[in-house]
Design a protein around this ligand. Structure first.
Ligand code: FAD
Length: 370
């Protein structure tokens, strides 16, 4: 009899398994996939760690999480500085002095602020839709070239038909700073996320290719407590309906050249290009293999926003009223399952960054009576 059966080897399950194992609990962790890591899984292709379920950049201000996770990997100094490509014109992101200099030729922060202020005046009164909201925050030029097409591809709808509340703020930096995240710590685990998760699970019994829900009774009989990190609605066999997700589709290609775009992430902000961005995975690790050698090939992933339908990979929970209400009802059912703890992004139907999901698992561990 195990003390804990953990369903899911993503960062939530792996953190909890590691912590429980460390204090001497008998832990079994399973996953329906054939690999550990959940959505942070990286797969080696041509010597490059490919982020199979979307680009993952670790960033945190949480000292506890940083001290914890760095036990299992050394992090490189990767800094997320995406580039926007608007019909061949390149702009720095997030919006900062480099962006404004390219857009308007302005040099000083005062000039940039004055330009934004002048363009914002176009909207008077309460913005009626996303287009008006964006212009009222950053002006028409930035909206037209860097926001409109990208947002329309993401939502599959015209900005005039999207509600203004989707964009509450648009951070504008009046400094020459391309660092996307304002985080104390940032980087990519050297050797890939899969290796990091495998290090976390060292000594823990792992079974892969096992779907808990296909033989729930068998698994439940094997442990005193179950920690479930799969989709909460699937656990209850969708009895109240299906929670919705926003989806992304990736088209990954190996190219027989060393450098495709010279940056890890390039966003395509026009409406006509079908993909939203291209990730060139090798630049997360500076184009080198683990021994510091240059890699002759490259791997790129084009990302497309797509409508999610049941059965697709769940990516981003949809935080609207309808789904929020449905989640609440599932949560009530979950609270009645005394031997099961629900956790992680799917178990709690919540968008968590990696550091947040690790912190949530650490907090759960600390609250467990041992
Ligand atoms: P998951 O990683 O989803 O793990 C759940 C696991 O449970 C999966 O392996 C699944 O196979 C398994 N499972 C489900 N059901 C069953 C079952 N019935 N039986 C057995 N196993 C089951 N965060 C950042 O900090 N930085 C980023 O740059 C970033 N980029 C992201 C990009 C994308 C496209 C997405 C979607 C998320 C991104 N995140 C990022 C968030 C990050 O992915 C999550 O914080 C993290 O993966 C959540 O871990 P988890 O363990 O909760 O879930």
């Amino acid at each position: 009899m195990y003390d804990y059966l953990i369903v899911g080897t993503g960062l939530f399950g792996a953190t909890l398994a590691q912590k429980l194992h460390e204090v001497g609990k008998r832990v079994l962790i399973i996953d329906k996939r054939n690999n550990v890591g959940g959505n942070v899984y990286t797969e080696k292709v041509e010597g490059i760690n490919v982020h199979k379920y979307g680009a993952h950049i670790f960033h945190t201000n949480n000292q506890k999480v940083w001290d914890y996770i760095t036990q299992f990997a050394t992090f490189n100094r990767f800094t997320n500085s995406p580039v926007a490509n608007y019909k061949g014109e390149l702009y720095s992101l997030p919006f900062n002095m480099y962006t404004f200099n390219k857009m308007w030729g302005v040099v000083t922060p005062e000039e940039a602020a004055a330009k934004i202020e002048e363009q914002r005046k176009e909207i008077s009164g309460e913005p009626k839709n996303l287009e008006e909201q964006a212009i009222s925050l950053v002006g028409r030029d930035i909206y037209e070239k860097l926001i409109k097409g990208y947002t329309e591809k993401q939502w599959g709808r015209n900005c005039k038909d999207l509600p203004s509340f989707i964009i509450k703020r648009l951070p504008v930096r009046l400094t020459y700073d391309n660092n996307y995240f304002n985080a104390l710590y940032q980087g990519i685990p050297v050797g890939g996320y899969t290796k990091m998760v495998a290090n976390m699970l060292e000594g823990v019994e792992v079974k892969l290719g096992e779907d808990y829900l296909k033989d729930k009774n068998k698994w439940d009989g094997m442990a005193k407590k179950v920690v479930y990190t799969g989709p909460i609605d699937a656990y209850f066999d969708y009895c109240l309906g299906t929670l919705e997700y926003r989806s992304v589709r990736f088209e990954t290609e190996v190219l027989d050249k060393p450098n495709f775009q010279g940056n890890a992430a390039v966003n395509y902000t026009d409406r006509e290009t079908l993909w939203t961005r291209i990730i060139e995975h090798k630049w997360f690790e500076f184009g080198k293999d683990e021994n510091g050698n240059d890699l002759p090939k490259t791997v790129i992933s084009r990302e497309y926003s797509s409508e999610w339908k049941p059965g697709d990979e769940p990516y981003y929970p949809v935080n609207d009223e309808k789904n929020g209400e449905l989640y609440k009802k599932y949560k009530e059912l979950a609270d009645k399952e005394e031997h099961v703890i629900f956790g992680g992004r799917l178990g709690e139907y919540k968008y968590y960054d990696m550091d947040q999901v690790i912190f949530s698992a650490i907090k759960l561990f600390e609250g467990i009576k041992r």
